[in-house]
Every structure is written in C-alpha cells, then in structure tokens.
Design a protein around this ligand. Sequence first.
Ligand code: FYN
Ligand code: ADP
Length: 584
Amino acid sequence: MGTVEPQVATASDAQQSQEIDGFHLVIEALKLNGINTIYGLPGIPITDLARLAQANGMRVISFRNEVNAGNAAAIAGYLTGKPGICLTVSAPGFLNGLVALANATTNCWPMILISGSSEREIVDLQQGDYEEMDQLAIAKPLCKAAFRVLHAEDIGVGIARAIRAACSGRPGGVYLDLPARLFPQTLPEEVGRSTLIKVVDPAPAQIPAPEAVKRALDLLKSAKKPLIILGKGASYARADEEIRKLIEKTGIPYLPMSMAKGLLPDVHEQSAAAARSFVLPNSDVVMLIGARLNWLLSHGKGKTWGASSPKEWGKQKFIQIDISPTEMDSNVRIDAPVVGDIKSCVTELLKGIDANWPKPPQEWLDAIKERKSKNIAKMAELLSQDPRPMNFHSALNVVRDIVKANPDAIFVNEGANALDFARAIVDMYKPRKRIDVGTWGVMGIGMGFSVAAAVETGERVIAVCGDSAFGFSAQEVETICRYNLPVCIVVFNNNGVYRGTDVNQGGGPDPAVTAFVKDARYEKLMEAFGGVGVYATTPAELRKGMEEALKSGKPTLINAIIDESAGTESGRITHPNPPPGGKK
Ligand code: FYN
Ligand code: ADP
C-alpha cells in the first residue's frame, strides 16, 4: 500500500490495524488489472475513493460534469482496448454518467461506470435516503452488464466480472454499483488481497469456423464488383497489418466508416471514400469488417444501395466479419457470416489469398477511379476558394493541412456541418486517430474525448467542434487548463445550430430556437482559465493559431468565424430534421 495523505482517516486507521478497507481493495483490484486512470467527479460517497486512488499512484482526472468524465472513459476504452473507468456520485451524478455508459455500449467500447450509492435497506424500502435511487435497476437495460458489490470480500470478483463483461465478445459498458457502506468495511490485509483477481485474457480470441472462412472466400472470389467496408470495430480490433494485407493482396476497393478513416491512410489508392455514393449501389459483393448495417449504412438497402423496392433488397451479397453472431441478418440477409474476432478472422482469410487471387475486374476499378477523380477535382475547386467570412471549406482546408503535418495528433470532431464537411475534407493517416460522434451521432463528446485522448496517448489533440456541439461540454475547458493538456480546440462559430441566420417565426422578441449570441467570443473562455485564446477571421489567422498551439502544446481555443449562412439544415446526415407539413 502506498503513502496516504494524513487527512484520510479511514485509510490510516486501516493501515494501523493491518486491515485493508473497501477503498483500498477497489483501488488495488483496478491496478492489479493494469487500470491506472480514473475519469470522474468527486462527491458523496466516493470522494475518498478518488483521493486515495490518487494517493496510491493512479491518475485521477476530475471533471466538471459526469457526462464528460463518462465520455472520456468511453473513448479511453476505444483508444486503449482496456475498460475506461468513470467514477461518479449517486443518483444525479450516476444518471449523468449513464448517458456516456449507454453511448459506450451503443458504440461497442469497453467502459465501466462505478457509482457510489445510498443505503440499500433504505433505498429498497423507498424510505427517502440522501440521493436515493435504485441505480442498478436503472442501469441494467442501458449497458451490457450491471453488478453490485455489498461485501468487501466480493470486490475482487465484482471488478473482475466488470472487466470481462466490458472487454470480451462485443465490447460495451458495464455498471458497477458500490454502496457507501462497502468502502469502510475491512478485512485482514492478507485475506483481502487474496480475494483480488487478475483477469486472465479478458478479451479471448474467437477463431472463426473453417467452413465460414471458406464460404466467405468463395463468395469474395466470385465478385465482379467487390467492396470492403471498414468500421470502427476494425480500428478497435488492432488488426491494422492484417487488414492492410487483405486489402492490398485482393486489390479490392474499400470504404472507411468515419472512425475507420486512417486505418489505411485516406490517400491510399484503393480508398473509395471519394466515390461513396457510386460504390454502394453498384457493388455486387460487400465485405463488412467491424461495421454494422445500421442507419449510417442505410440498413443495407434502399436508394443508397440501388435497391429501392423490397424485391431488390439483398441485391448485393454480404460477407460480414463480426464478433457478435446476432449481428448477422439484422437488416438484410448476410450470405457469408464470419463470426469471430477481426484479427483471427482476417488472419484465417489471408491463408486463402495467394498470389493467384483474381484482382477485381479493371472495368470496376476504372469506374471508381473516374468517380473519385471527379469528386476530388470538385472538392479541390471548393477548397481553393477564399471567401470572407470563411466558410466550412476554407477553414477545413487549413485543418486538413495541419492534420497532414501532424499525423500522430488525435482528431476529435463533432457538430452537424462541422462534422460532415470535416469527415470528407480532413484526411487521416494513421489508425485510431479520428474520434467522433459515433453510432448515435451524439453532440457533447468533444471535450471529454479531448481530455482522454491527451491523457491516454500523450499526443497533441485537435478538436474541431461546431459552436453548438462545443457548448455541451465547454465547461471542461477548465479541466483542460487544470491538467495542462495539449488540446487545440477549434470552434467553428457560425452563430447557431446549423447556421446563425434563422429568425423567430412568431415574430416575437426571443431569438430563433437555433440562433446563438452573435459573434460570441468563445476564445475568452480559454483565456479565463489561463490558456491561449485566438480570434480567427481568416485562414491565415486560423493556420497561425493552430500551428502555434501544436508547437507549444498549450491549451488553446481558436474561435474560427464562419459565414453564418454557410451551414445547411442537419448537415449531410441521412436522418435530417423532418420538415413541417407532413411531407417526408
Ligand atoms: C469523401 N468525399 C470526397 C472525399 N471523401 N470527395 C473528395 N475528396 C475526398 N477525399 C465525398 C464522398 O464521395 C461523398 O460524395 C461526400 O464527399 C461525403 O462523403 P462521406 O462523408 O463519406 O459521406 P456522407 O454521405 O456525407 O455521409 C454518410 C453518412 C452520413 C452516413 C456517414 O450521412 C451521416 O449520417 N453521418 C453521421 C452524421 C451525424 O452523426 N451527425 C450528427 C448530427 S447532430 P458522394 O459520393 O457524391 O455522395 C445534429 O444535427
Ligand atoms: P461503424 O459505426 O464504424 O460502422 P459499428 O460500431 O457499427 O462501426 O460496428 C462495429 C462492429 O464491430 C460491432 O458490430 C462490433 O460487434 C464489432 N467488433 C468490435 N470489436 C470487434 C472485434 N475485435 N472483432 C470483431 N468484431 C468486433
């Protein structure tokens, strides 16, 4: 046990009597499993847990709102492959953390939300305890697993089960309920330590069945217009080399989903990202690697896939590599399911791909190349313009250059237009460098993700956020300054949600529901806490601000002023706001 601050009475008491208490058992159980960072917000009843964790050598990052701590833990899970830990108080703090836990589960990221809770007996009889809430019951439907530990001797098992549930199979969020009364419980030191479990192989390899591999290879070989889609499951799987070999050996064009950008460099000649709306409807065999056929892929049917009527659904034949067997056929027929972990699956597939593997027909490759060239030329034209005020393209042209010059930096991206334009304009060069709104398209991940990205990777962080999205987690600018993290936030300020030109349709004195204070000085928020604020109205000012931020590593917020009429309603999202009048 490490040295403990004298003001922590429980700890020193326990030490003197050669006993170990619940606080230390939780900390030791986490550390034993290589978990050394906690994202959280102290308060009753977990303040001493946070203090003692820090005293015992863990990194404890304290936030200003639990939802941001939760988002940090969730993305830490994605970035490291180990469960990210979020620590909260009971009831309201727990509920804030739960938002992020549900989001982690939806995105298949390993995370453990640990919340303190009130007296079980009083909660169960609903007698009105301080922050009374049956947290376990509330968490259960929103995460992969939920556990409560009542006795100090069960802490080791509780944490082991939480780690296994978070990491194994399809990763996800786990809730761990620790009632206040657990922490002061003591056990003889030796007994207590003997109950702790170091989890062996928390995410075991899952080898695909040989016949599934053969079925997939046969189908892929028969394709005339093959396509591979890489999702964030592929990035998470850390099978970078195997995936690169699969793509290069087969010569098949690939489409990266947003967070799979950079798994292979976006400038790779087989990338079909710039021909998205051409390759999806025109492909005949599609191999999905760690990507679900959810709304982001139009459920594998409809206009996007050239299959408007139900008769045409399944026009493409699908091969799907996924660790979750029940993902198969969830939207359209999966002709060749390959169930297993991506690294093992791709390794097995590679065994059947030799130098004689037939390259995709040249006609298909040429057609993609032609569409790509057209789109890239169109994009180059837009990027070359230099309007005043800046628009999304002229500002992102700068960001694109800076990311290219700093390929190790983590790129955080949220917003509507700020997200959609950046996805297409900003190339990524390395795996797991782009983190964004994910499966739910959720706003407010920006600062939580930025903090965790800096803490977990030690790299510079560039966060491009729409002004609306930024507002959800803006209070964490203080956290970024407090921990002196190398985060460069760029707020794309167009005075509102989507854009800043809306007017109150009722004609009253209130602003329109999507409009913000005009010309808000977001950079002063950063200055308030000792960081660097930059007001940028031109690409040159934006470039200078970003270059200096990346060079110095100082917390920086650049308020990039964008034409308030530049944004479109909902961005390019496939689920735009439904318009009034009953029309779709
Ligand atoms: C892509 N493109 C390019 C390039 N990369 N052109 C030139 N150069 C490069 N490098 C083209 C691509 O072919 C598309 O054109 C277009 O740019 C956009 O590409 P993208 O981003 O891949 O595709 P799209 O259609 O914008 O996005 C698909 C989607 C999106 C499913 C990811 O619709 C979506 O729903 N995203 C999630 C958004 C979200 O969560 N928002 C939160 C909103 S919150 P075409 O091929 O011509 O189509 C509140 O509002
Ligand atoms: P995207 O949004 O990028 O399309 P999704 O989140 O929809 O990606 O899909 C990720 C998929 O990857 C999930 O279905 C998940 O089960 C799967 N997955 C995650 N990790 C692994 C892994 N190691 N091996 C196999 N599949 C995985």
